[in-house]
Design a protein around this ligand. Sequence first.
Ligand code: HEM
Length: 401
Amino acid sequence: MNPDDIAFSFADPNFHNNPTNVMGLLRDKCPIHHTSTPSAHFTLTREEDVTAALRDEKIWSSKYGPGLAYSEPGVGVLVSSDPPEHTQERTAISRIFKASTIEKMEREITDLTNQLIDDLEENMSGDIIKEFAAPIPLTVMCWLLGTPTTDIELFRSWVLPMAEAVAYSGGRGASDEVKSAYENFFEYFGTHIEQRKDLLISGQDVPEDLLTRLLTVTNDGKELSTKKILGFCQFLLVAGSETTTLMIGNVLHRLMENPTQFELLKSNPELIPNAIEESLRYDAPVHGLFRTNTQEITIHGVKVPVDSKVCMMFGSANRDPNLWVDPDVFDIARDPKTLRNHTSFGVGSHYCLGAPLSRLEGKVALAAIIKRLPKLRANGSPTQTTAGVLKGFSSLPVRWD
Ligand code: HEM
């Protein structure tokens, strides 16, 4: 097969119908792939290429953002910045996301999860995404950002178009839905931030949450600007909710599809963290994200002009036979020491700060399902997410008895 014949883009339904096949072909025949659809970009799919690039942030910059479109440098935070700004931004919030801080939330997340199952239990069927996998991380984000948990539906209606926009080509590509999601987000959080500022100024008690941290943290004596704080809230809301929803849906889907693995887990609940990890490896909730190269570079004989958008395909690195034995087999009993080498939380200096939180949410959610709905099974066809860079379901009908 001529490498040029391998069709791949996040806009191509063929990719979403069979990502394993397309990624396998790319790794074998075309490890640096170029397409002009929907706009020009390259894609790296081999594990060693993806991890080497992500560890070399001098060449592989985040300044134009993690999406396909070129965002304006200096405007976004974290995944849209390079050192020294990136280091300062990460330091500003890393305390909140430390594993030891996150572990303290286990009780509250367990209560939330049980409450959701109480509501579900009365029926014999439901949509496990809408009624379980989505509310968990969204509610946790409300706790962190200090907003009412009754607003989770509203937040999800902004997060989904924002996540879809990561695969857009930019400019006129941004739909009215995306624009209005951003406008509504800025209006809501603009007011929310002002209210918290007023509380802080008046000396009243404020929650010790992420928002208070963002409003009080200083770097060289300077506080973060309101624009930056809005940027943090927007990114964290998107990064911290839909990804974890997909992960919970993906692991449940694979267990229902593989009854032997489901039984193994039910009789060995200590494998729960491993099942979450294997799900992350097997079904990376984020297929891939972009970098731009700060200098011209040649990879596998292909010249990549400076400032090209290059997708780092986490999902493909996780299935690379050079690193994984039987990569296309879903096996929750893999060696936990090597399993964490998957790239689903990224690699290098941008490694996901929310990894301990999403692992905890996944662990608690899976434990609750095994205990309370052990006979969970599929009940009709799932619907895939429409966000191009994401992998998982927007709806997953299930039943139990
Ligand atoms: C299963 C769930 C999740 C997945 C698959 C995921 C995936 C990722 C990936 C791939 C990156 C690297 C981005 C890059 O290299 O450009 C990342 C970064 C990040 N994630 Fe997550 N994430 C998840 C959950 C969360 C949660 C729950 C939060 C917080 C509430 C979060 C916060 C962050 C932050 C702050 C960064 C940026 C780190 C930086 O740029 O230094 N993520 N995530």
